[in-house]
Design a protein around this ligand. Structure first.
Ligand code: TTP
Ligand code: MG
Length: 364
């Protein structure tokens, strides 16, 4: 079946094993080795999780969000690196600069992915393929890392396509090949159908995308209401979400200097909680979600340390943030020094999507 959006040519560019790729680029000795970015594994006793890992590490079953202790047990000989978010942000900006230079509608979707609308630029999907090759080789040559590219007539299908053949893949899905491409995939390949929502479909014996096609629009609407319409539009290549530049690097934070340098755990923790709560009131009011949480600790003598954690998906959750901040603080060893100042910051802000727009998040 041919989609109504046949003429749209949308790219989704996603960097391969991004944080790990930057570390390997900067230290060629790591090439070919399982490289894991995340918390300190402390010989299997560490807390925290894997942020990402190289494809060599993935062969041992490692993946993002896996507890670092499990990762260590599966791959004790891996190279474990804490990572430097600032460096990755810088590399990300250079990549985005290259992509923006194509001067087509552009939307950065996270630190390592972006959408581009090449509809007016390419005449057909063969042209699109040539441009994809060019983008890949330019990023490789100028930045020294690789990416995978998906290309189709909607953002969602382009995203599924970029993930289809990683690393260094190019996957073009022409509208008439959509059913063939998606049919055998598990429904969780659709961004927006996760571990919980899939159960809703399983109850109706829908496991693969081809089961959704077989069910048909009217049954999907009967079963799931608006959500059924949304999923149908996705698999038919009809969800025409606009490409808009909205990735926002703004941040919001607060800090407090103690009247006297402080060492009491409860006092420091309650100050962190207070700052967290105050910032969340503002974030709530201004409808901002964030990807990165940073805790700043200044010790007596002005030595300042920061600890950050970045999540792939933006969120706004005071309790979760408090837990993350407490973890960062508990893992920080300040060797009996007193604390002069404490700060909390949320960055990589994204504004909530307007209610008038039909996005996955409206349904999930
Ligand atoms: P992803 O694109 O999800 O992963 P990736 O680039 O490491 O690997 P892939 O080849 O499968 O695309 O995320 C991009 C970067 O974002 C990743 O390198 C590390 C970071 N990240 C987090 O900080 N937290 C997370 O939960 C995830 C999934 C990623
Ligand atoms: Mg990636």
């Amino acid at each position: 079946m041919i989609s109504l959006l046949e003429k749209s040519i949308i790219f989704h560019v996603d960097l391969d094993a991004f944080f790990a790729a930057v570390e390997i680029r900067d230290n060629p000795d790591l090439k070919g080795k399982p490289v894991i970015i995340g918390a300190d594994p402390k010989k299997g006793k560490g807390r925290g999780v894997v942020t990402t890992c190289s494809y060599e590490a993935r062969k041992f079953g490692l993946h993002s969000a896996m507890p670092i202790s499990i990762a260590y047990n599966l791959c004790p000989h891996g190279v474990y690196i804490n990572g430097s978010y600032e460096k990755y942000e810088e590399v990300s900006q250079s990549v985005m600069h290259i992509l923006r230079s194509y001067n087509v509608d552009f939307q950065q979707a996270s630190i390592d992915e972006a959408y581009l609308d090449f509809s007016g630029y390419c005449n057909n999907f063969l042209d699109a393929y040539k441009i994809a090759v060019e983008i890949q080789s330019q990023i490789k040559k100028e930045i020294g890392i690789t990416c995978s590219i998906g290309c189709s007539s909607t953002k969602t299908i382009a995203k599924i396509a970029s993930d289809f053949n990683k690393p260094q893949g190019i996957t073009i899905v022409e509208p008439e090949k959509l059913h063939e491409f998606l049919g055998q995939m598990d429904i969780t390949k659709i961004p927006g159908i996760g571990k919980k929502t899939k159960l809703m479909f399983h109850r109706h014996d829908i496991f693969k995308i081809q089961d959704l096609y077989k069910t048909g629009l009217s049954n999907l609407v009967f079963m799931f209401g608006d959500y059924g319409i949304w999923v149908w539009n996705v698999i038919m290549g009809l969800d025409s979400r606009p490409i808009r530049e909205n990735y926002n690097r703004k941040s919001i934070g607060k800090e407090r200097t103690f009247m006297e340098d402080e060492s009491r755990y409860e006092v420091i923790i309650s100050k962190i909680e207070e700052l967290n709560a105050r910032i969340h009131t503002i974030l709530e009011k201004q409808k901002y979600r964030y990807n990165t949480i940073t805790l700043k600790i200044r010790l007596t003598g002005f030595i300042t340390h920061t600890r950050s954690k970045t999540m792939k998906t933006a969120f706004r959750d005071e309790i979760k943030a408090r837990r993350e901040l407490e973890d960062m603080f508990n893992n920080f060893s300040f060797e009996k020094k007193k604390i002069r100042l404490i700060g909390v910051r949320f960055s990589n802000l994204e504004q909530d999507v307007s209610k008038t727009q039909t996005l996955i998040t409206d349904f999930v």
